[in-house]
Design a protein around this ligand. Structure first.
Ligand code: IPE
Ligand code: IPE
Ligand code: MG
Length: 251
């Protein structure tokens, strides 16, 4: 539940349609308390639940969470195993909440690389929740922006080779529709926790005009108030899309 005073500050007419989050800082959070990194990932689940609930309660249409990058496969095997186990357990545990709150689960990324039990749980939950239409929750798993762009270019190359498409007809919409994210609007707001100010190969194509909010809060501590503060920051921005401020104020 969002505190009513905080909620009242957010303009419901100017909410981002799509929020994407780079959930970072679990390892440092654990270390600060003298624990192993995995302890941070476990506590990160609470923040995941809170972000999903907050987004759904406010009426945000799409929430994308960067849960595991292509580059994260280079982490120690024990940490990877723990993250995969946590993923399966969390999805299984949260499915009733998804059903109750009208949340549709989708994934982006090279999910065929995930352990088979993860793939199975994900497929089942995607299928079970496909009719839900209050909010779409997109988990980026074994995902990287460059991977998706390369895959898209391959698909387009095949169409050209088969004579279905001529190179001159390749435009933004052709590339868009070849991406894993083709069914979703581009993120209006990108949040990164933990104080790092980088993109780490997240939605490279899609964030061309996203507003970016960096916060020093480590992911396990990222709560409702932090999410609302990111939304207030978003609402204080003037999105110009190349135009002048005057054009935006008097269209
Ligand atoms: C984010 O926290 C979770 C994943 C990348 C899976 P980190 O594990 O990157 O935590 P830090 O950045 O080392 O603190
Ligand atoms: C980005 O965090 C990936 C996810 C949050 C899943 P990382 O912790 O892997 O990013 P870098 O390595 O610090 O750039
Ligand atoms: Mg990190």
């Amino acid at each position: 539940m969002i505190d009513s005073q905080l909620k009242a500050q957010i303009d419901p007419a100017r909410l981002p349609e799509h929020v994407a989050i780079i959930m970072d800082g679990n390892g440092r959070w654990a270390k600060q308390q003298g624990h192993l990194r995995v302890f941070g990932h476990k506590h990160g689940v609470r923040a995941v639940r809170s972000a999903i609930e907050t987004a759904a309660e406010l009426g945000i249409g799409y929430l994308t969470l960067y849960a595991f990058s292509t580059e994260n496969w280079n982490r120690p095997q024990l940490e990877i195993n723990a993250l995969m186990e946590l993923l399966v357990n969390t999805i299984e545990k949260e499915t009733p909440t998804f059903m109750l709150n009208g949340i549709r689960l989708q994934t982006i990324g090279n999910t065929s690389q995930l352990p088979s039990n993860c793939q199975k749980t994900l497929e089942e939950t995607v299928e079970k929740t496909k009719g839900n239409n209050r909010m779409t929750l997109i988990l980026a798993l074994s995902y990287s922006g460059r991977w998706d762009i390369i895959e898209a270019v391959r698909k387009i190359g095949q169409r050209v080779q088969q004579g279905e498409l001529s190179p001159q007809d390749i435009d933004e919409s052709v590339l868009n529709s070849a991406l894993n994210t083709s069914a979703y609007p581009n993120p209006d707001l990108l949040i990164r926790t933990s104080g790092e100010q980088r993109i780490s190969n997240f939605l490279l194509w899609e964030i061309a005009y996203s507003e970016i909010h960096f916060t020093p809060v480590l992911w396990p501590d990222f709560g409702v108030e932090d999410f609302c503060n990111a939304l207030l920051d978003f609402q204080s921005r003037e999105r110009r899309f190349g135009k002048t401020g005057e054009q935006i104020q008097t269209p």
